[in-house]
Ligand binder design. Structure first.
Ligand code: DC
Length: 226
């Protein structure tokens, strides 16, 4: 069966990674969580106190950053220079800083290069903010996910609870608002729906309903391109 590229973009905590992961499993495609890459960079910058005002510091740091993904117990896990950082990159320290780091063009250029390489053989589901607009503007299928703000906060609270992290609802709301603002107003590759993306508002959809919709879309695309 012909392999395609599936780009999934949308706001934070509206279920992009969940959908992307399930689709990758269903079609036996690779899954790339591009947000995890920006998070891993941010962790490195924090740990090494990289000065975000100094282009040379950023460039040096990027040369020393190697991000890989591995499956552990069936779960896609992010490694930074060989160390499992999946837990740390989801914490509040990284979450509070990641949008600032992701707005830096030098960082984006470096990440986009890696992301495009991952798509060379197609058969990839990648989720993020600029996958359909910048990374793979020719992706055969682009999905733009949204959900209302209250629902996104609820999902983020649950996700953090599952990881044993207790963060106040207020802090989560502030973090999501802050990231939405920076992600959608930055100059380089702002979060926006690609003109040819299919919009899915999943506020009232169950995970399996959303997955069924997306699978139907993909099967139709694959059929149409023969
Ligand atoms: O999907 P996420 O919440 O893990 O992403 C973390 C941050 O990284 C998010 O605030 C915006 C940024 N990001 C981006 O700018 N471009 C992407 N393709 C993916 C994420």
């Amino acid at each position: 069966m012909k392999k395609i590229i599936i780009a999934i973009d949308g706001y934070s905590s509206c279920g992009k990674s969940t959908l992307a992961r399930s689709l990758a499993q269903h079609f036996n495609y690779a899954f790339i969580d591009s947000g995890a890459m920006y998070r891993a960079c941010t962790l490195y910058f924090l740990e090494h106190q990289v000065n975000l005002q100094l282009e040379s510091d950023i460039e040096n740091a990027l040369e020393n950053i190697h991000i890989t993904f591995n499956r552990i117990d069936g779960v896609n896990t992010t490694f930074l220079n060989g160390k499992n950082v999946e837990g740390e990159i989801r914490g509040i320290a990284v979450s509070n800083k990641v949008s600032e780091v992701a707005a830096i063009s030098t960082v984006r250029r470096s990440m986009v290069k890696i992301q495009r390489k991952a798509g060379l053989d197609k058969g990839v589901v990648m989720d993020g903010r600029d996958i359909g607009t910048v990374v793979f503007p020719d992706a055969e299928l682009k999905i733009f996910l949204t959900a209302n703000f209250g629902e996104r906060v609820k999902r983020r609270v649950l996700q953090l609870q599952k990881q044993g992290k207790s963060i106040s609802q207020n802090e989560i709301e502030q973090n999501l608002k802050h990231r939405d603002h920076i992600d959608s107003t930055r100059k380089d590759s702002p979060l926006k729906q690609a003109h040819d993306a299919v919009l899915i508002d999943n506020t009232n959809l169950r995970e399996n309903e959303q997955l069924a919709m997306a699978i139907a879309l993909i099967e139709e695309r694959i059929k149409n391109i023969g």
